[in-house]
Write a protein that binds this ligand. Structure first.
Ligand code: EPU
Length: 335
């Protein structure tokens, strides 16, 4: 296990904020955890740093898993179950699936982050959420050092949510995740409008590879690349509101987009709400709201985590005043 003290996290968060931590431990294998745990100090587990906001220096021990092996643990003629190390870069795993024509994760192409972080917030995009292909995961309890297996039911997945963001927040370190993938007769999902349009314009039969390519192209066209402009993807979750709230907005804004959730609730895109208030492209110092997508807050280079906190607060206040809707952060604020 490699460890460093008073270490800069600039390279380890996609906003590119220069916060430092007391100690960082790179967990290269499970034996490292067996040496380290149980741990009494305050710990933060870091994946790809693509969903975190470091607002100041962190007086915590950062644990960063780097195990990245892909193991086939069960298979037949139709499907296979793979177990993937938590440190594997998510899109590298997707590429492995697409190159082997294994179906299930193609809609989740190009999402930044690591495999171990993916179930924590049940990543989702273009009509697919991780829970649909998730089988189980192994995780170590930090306070005891015990290794446990979590089934899908126990993980209690929701929209950008799981037990690891609720009751078990900060208590476990995921070491590997298991997924079930199809070998043929793939269930291809392309009902999301821009994806459908892209697929029909390509004049090709939809395929695992075709969907992956389409998703990459759509994401690249509207979401900024963190290597060029610091950002953490969607900063807020799409709010789920009562239908009555939605109907009220519709009276003054007939074109308000929405996705049905159940009989009484609908999801309204936070990007649309923020966009209505003219925030898109707004900059304050070296941070701002991206010019192509109102849900993405950006660091143009020299911004600070606290600048993003202030900007986010202004946005949530204005959305609350205008639409009576509380926006919740999707990005995790680390203090
Ligand atoms: N919209 C605006 N203004 C904008 C951007 C979008 O009005 O600046 C409108 C669009 O016209 C559309 C609606 O908002 O009607 C939704 O926009 P989009 O399709 O871009 O999706 P989103 O709801 O903003 C969610 C996820 C994304 C995921 C996409 C595609 C959340 C919080 N975000 O965004 O996930 O890629 O759907 O499935 O659920 C992420 O989590 O980091 C992320 C990028």
């Amino acid at each position: 296990m490699q460890q460093h003290f008073n270490y800069s996290l600039k390279e380890y968060n996609t906003f590119g904020f220069d916060a430092s931590c007391d100690r960082i431990c790179f967990i290269e294998q499970e034996e490292d955890l067996e040496d380290l745990l149980p741990i009494q100090e305050s710990v933060f587990i870091l994946g790809g740093g693509s969903n975190v906001l470091f607002a100041k220096d962190i007086s915590k021990v950062i644990l960063k898993p780097t195990m990245s092996e892909i193991l086939v643990i069960e298979e037949n003629d139709d499907w296979l179950i793979v177990q993937v190390g938590a440190g594997k870069v998510w899109h590298e795993f997707v590429e492995w699936c697409v190159n082997n024509n294994y179906g299930g994760v193609e809609n989740l192409s190009f999402i930044p982050g690591t495999v171990g972080a993916a179930p924590i917030q049940n990543i989702g995009a273009y009509g697919v959420e991780l829970e649909q292909i998730f089988v189980g995961l192994h995780a170590y309890q930090l306070s005891s050092g015990n290794k446990e297996y979590f089934t899908k039911e126990v993980c209690a997945f929701g929209y950008r949510d799981s037990i690891f963001k609720q009751k078990l927040k900060g208590k476990y370190l995921v070491t590997d995740v298991q997924f079930k993938l199809t070998k043929h007769n793939h269930t291809l999902e392309y009902s999301y409008k821009p994806l459908q349009e892209f697929i029909s314009a390509s004049n090709q039969e939809p395929s695992v590879k075709g969907i992956s390519e389409a998703v990459i192209s759509i994401r690249q066209s509207k979401l900024p690349d963190p290597k060029e402009i610091g950002n953490a993807g969607s900063f807020f979750k799409n709010p789920i509101v009562d239908k009555s709230v939605f109907e009220k907005i519709k009276e003054s804004h007939p074109n308000v987009p929405s996705y049905p959730v159940n009989e009484t609730k609908v999801k309204i895109p936070a990007a649309w709400l923020i966009d209505q208030l003219g925030w898109k492209g707004h900059t304050v110092g070296d941070v701002g709201v991206h010019k192509k997508h109102a849900l993405v807050l950006v660091n143009y280079g020299e911004g600070k985590g606290t600048d993003i906190v202030v900007l986010a607060k202004k946005i949530t206040t204005s959305v609350k005043e205008k639409f009576q809707i509380n926006l919740e952060r999707e990005v995790q604020l680390v203090l």
